[in-house]
Design a protein around this ligand. Structure first.
Ligand SMILES: [Zn+2]
Length: 839
């Protein structure tokens, strides 16, 4: 079917009309109108913003009679709110920035695929269940569609440039054959595409050579396009290509007349792939996010993969004054590998920053000739001290935090799959929970300690540690010993000179992803307390996300129909912890709530720690309230508090003198003041090594949240907020990431508002009841969520401006919102693990 193309009905005109409502043209820069920022965000999460931008500029430039050569706008455009720009220009810190997830991976992937069709096979997700954005069109084969898109691009490229290669097989006939109605299924189509892929690639290669494409560049990158910076160098060619196609259509140029549907198909296919790489499928939860996260860079060949880290940094410091950038990376297993990784990253990033013509660090630091491409290495050879110093200054702006990915306890995972009679094969009684992960963590932690002992100049680049990924699969207890070991580590040489010259390496600081994704709020809150207790977190440390700490309890449970589905062990732990916290609180209905919760505790305690089989053998078993077999919640919580200790010390009965002498060994138990008694130790030992406890506790159960529990949980949440505040732990908020992963649907419902409101209100009661936590705004994975730090502030600002009271009047005054955000901006800088130099 041909797309009927009249001015009013054309989809291309619609794209322009839509973009024209949202966008504003300022010389060479395009801004989004601030009041439409939330809508722009919602639309561009689903659809490629470059499609709107190029349509907009194509028509605008036609009206002005200009021909554009500059396509180097940032990966996310900013709003036209100059007041906000001026405020943020004073400096921002990004304290939660996963280095790999922060590169514009979709743009890079697309260019890579359009220039190398074989890379479509690097990552295949064609079966329906592997597709994330199923709502678009469930049955299209992604791998096939990429090859079709590459073919369409070639066709369109030839048409707009009025060129044609003399090849054996015409591009049109290839397309006709691929799309032939005689093809019965996707597999058949795949075979035909497979057959023609070489021909398509051959034509691409000819154009690459003809247009002198260096280092994997795009054949569509013509010399008429300005390449202002390294951050956008890979995809300005694509932008120019879209721009030219739009102009040809708007001008009704003969080259595309009657072929507009080819361009339409190209845009559809491009957006379809984008929906598989940018998180836009509307589903919440961390596991959905991690599927997106795992795809980043999946289509990139080695050469382009190498650019991910430097592009991530360049995209971030283009037009943004980032005074402190904390890049999260995964640590290696040995000292040598870590040193090599850090050296390579530093070199690539510093070199890219120094070479780039258009970034904040370079322009504010290097006043000399901006086209100078001297690298640090060359600077050293020619002994250019000035250059060496300038390069060193970049390293004061960014540093690394190593994050340990949270991994499943595979052994526990097997319990549900194994037949009951075969469970003994698992040797549950000889291995503690997460035994394999603990061993790996020890190896990684010791490698970092060794690096700190032997190579301090490179070890200094790691300022902190973190644990990332799905928190539902591993609790903070698994990381406890490794984190305490790393946090308290000081190199031997430093300790010798501690009172003389002072320490040359600072203690590592902790940040920990926690309370972000949870199956029950109590569980999320307990995890936050576990992290604080077991990892020994204090002033200067931070929690990543900690949504559970600020989320609306009632709403959250309502969304879940007041039911949670978790393991029995978690239910027991949560109830015991809740009772423990309530007893310490001044919650009004404390006594009756504790009594009701204790009944639930007893039920689960018996099910897990005294399964039916053992109860029958128990002489005088009564099963009532005063059951002698039940260890009361207070004693149970004492054993829970041991969970940060190395379980192996308790395997054969706890003895203090079992502790070893190395730094690692001395971190095996948490410094807790009192000695644990025998019952407590036995209970902890059973948690890790009791075959029946592990099987019974692993079973899942639906747990109903009764109305009386809600105010109790709210009270415990409030108390925990105060405790966290008192011990000075900061909270890294990531609005867009939280908005997409958590289940609150609006930016103005972000928990940050319940965590800190100084500036937002003058009502003394509201100020008093808010814990005023030490918060910051960050980006998390800006590539996966397609965002920018400045836009995170702007999205929060506009969302707050739009909040209305019951009479439809704005609740917050604009000046107050800016005041609040500016305070958060400053706190962000104060939270940095490096003390950034401020202007
Ligand atoms: Zn994160």
């Amino acid at each position: 079917m041909k797309w009927e193309h009249t001015e009013e009905q054309s989809v291309f005109h619609l794209l322009f009309a839509y973009a024209d409502d949202f966008l504003e043209n300022h010389l060479n820069k395009v801004y989004c109108k601030y009041q439409y920022l939330l809508k722009w965000r919602a639309v561009t999460l689903e659809l490629d913003p470059d499609m709107f931008l190029t349509a907009f500029l194509a028509k605008q430039d036609m009206k002005l009679g200009t021909r554009r050569a500059d396509f180097s706008w940032g990966s996310s455009i900013k709003s036209n709110n100059t007041r906000l720009h001026a405020m943020l220009k004073q400096g921002m810190a990004d304290n939660h920035f996963h280095l790999k997830g922060s590169a514009p991976t979709f743009q890079l992937s697309w260019i890579s695929l359009m220039n190398d069709v074989s890379s479509r096979k690097l990552q295949e997700f064609n079966r329906a269940e592997e597709r994330l954005a199923k709502d678009l069109d469930g049955d299209i084969d992604v791998t096939n569609s990429i090859a079709i898109a590459a073919l369409l691009r070639l066709l369109l490229f030839e048409r707009i440039h009025k060129i044609k290669l003399e090849t054996e097989k015409d591009l049109y006939s290839i397309l006709a054959e691929i799309l032939s109605s005689e093809i019965k299924n996707e597999e058949e189509r795949r075979q035909i595409i497979e057959f023609y892929a070489k021909d398509i690639q051959q034509i691409i290669s000819i154009y690459q050579q003809r247009y002198d494409c260096q280092k994997l560049m795009d054949y569509a990158l013509l010399s008429s396009v300005e390449q202002a910076d390294l951050a956008t160098e890979f995809y300005v060619g694509e932008r120019n290509f879209l721009y030219q196609c739009f102009q040809a259509i708007y001008r009704k140029d003969s080259c595309l007349q009657g072929h507009e549907d080819l361009f339409y198909a190209y845009l559809v296919l491009k957006n379809r792939l984008r929906a598989e790489i940018i998180q836009a499928n509307g589903r919440v939860g961390f596991s959905n996010f991690s599927k997106y996260q795992d795809r980043k860079g999946g289509y990139l060949r080695k050469k382009l993969k190498k650019c991910i880290e430097s592009t991530a940094v360049l995209t971030t410091i283009k037009e943004q004054n980032i005074v402190s950038l904390e890049a999260r990376i995964i640590p290696q297993y040995t000292k040598k590998e870590n040193a090599k990784m850090l050296y390579k990253l530093d070199k690539a990033i510093c070199h890219a920053v120094a070479t780039d013509k258009d970034n904040y660090w370079n322009s504010s630091l290097v006043k000399s000739d901006s086209t100078d491409e001297t690298s640090l290495k060359i600077a050293r050879i020619i002994k250019d001290d000035k250059k060496i110093n300038e390069m060193k200054q970049y390293k004061e702006k960014f540093f690394y935090v190593v994050h340990f990915p949270k991994k499943k306890d595979k052994l526990m995972g097997k319990i549900a799959k194994q037949k009951k009679q075969e469970l003994f094969h698992l040797h549950l009684e000889t291995q503690c929970r997460h035994q394999k992960n603990r061993k790996e963590l020890k190896k990684c932690a010791l490698a970092i300690c060794q690096l700190r002992e032997t190579n301090q100049s490179i070890a200094r680049r790691i300022a902190g540690i973190d644990a990332c990924s799905n928190e539902l699969v591993a609790r903070p207890e698994v990381y406890a010993q490794a984190f305490r070991c790393l946090k308290s580590h000081l190199p031997y040489e430093d300790r010798q000179s501690l009172w003389g010259k002072g320490a040359s390496l600072e203690n590592l600081r902790i940040t920990y992803h926690v309370g972000e994704d949870f199956l029950d709020i109590v569980d999320g809150l307990r995890a936050i307390e576990e992290a604080r207790l077991f990892l020994g977190m204090t002033h200067g440390d931070r929690f990543g996300h900690a949504i559970a700490l600020g989320i609306d309890v009632k709403n959250w449970y309502r969304e879940k129909n007041n039911k949670v589905y978790v393991s029995k062990q978690d239910i027991l732990d949560n109830i015991a912890w809740l009772i423990h916290k309530l007893k310490q609180s001044d919650f009004e209905d404390r006594a009756s709530t504790v009594a009701k919760l204790t009944m639930i505790y007893n039920k689960y305690y018996l099910e897990i720690y005294f399964p039916k089989e053992s109860r029958q053998n128990l002489c005088g078993y009564c099963g009532g309230d005063s059951d002698p077999a039940i260890i009361p919640p207070d004693a149970y919580v004492k054993a829970w508090k041991l969970r940060g200790d190395d379980p192996e010390l308790y395997q054969m009965g706890y003895r203090e003198d079992n502790l070893g002498l190395t730094h690692w060994d001395r971190c095996a138990i948490r410094n807790r003041g009192e000695q644990p008694d025998k019952i407590t130790c036995t209970l902890y030992q059973r948690y890790h090594y009791d075959y029946q406890v592990k099987i019974a506790g692993n079973e899942k159960d639906v747990f109903k949240i009764e109305p009386y529990m809600i105010p109790a949980i709210e009270a415990v949440q409030k108390d925990l907020q105060k405790e966290i505040c008192a011990c000075g732990i900061a909270i890294e908020c990531n609005p867009s990431s939280n908005h997409l992963i958590s289940n609150f649907k609006r930016y103005d419902k972000h928990p940050i508002i319940n965590m800190y409101n100084l500036g937002l209100t003058v009502d003394p009661d509201k100020i008093e009841s808010c814990p005023q936590l030490f918060v910051s705004i960050n980006t998390d994975d800006q590539g996966v969520f397609d965002t920018l730090l400045e836009n995170e502030y702007a999205l929060m600002a506009i969302a707050m401006e739009k909040v209305k009271d019951e009479n439809g009047k704005p609740i917050y005054k604009q000046a107050m919102i800016y005041d609040w955000l500016d305070k958060i901006r400053k706190m962000g800088i104060e939270q940095s693990f490096y003390s950034p130099r401020l202007p």
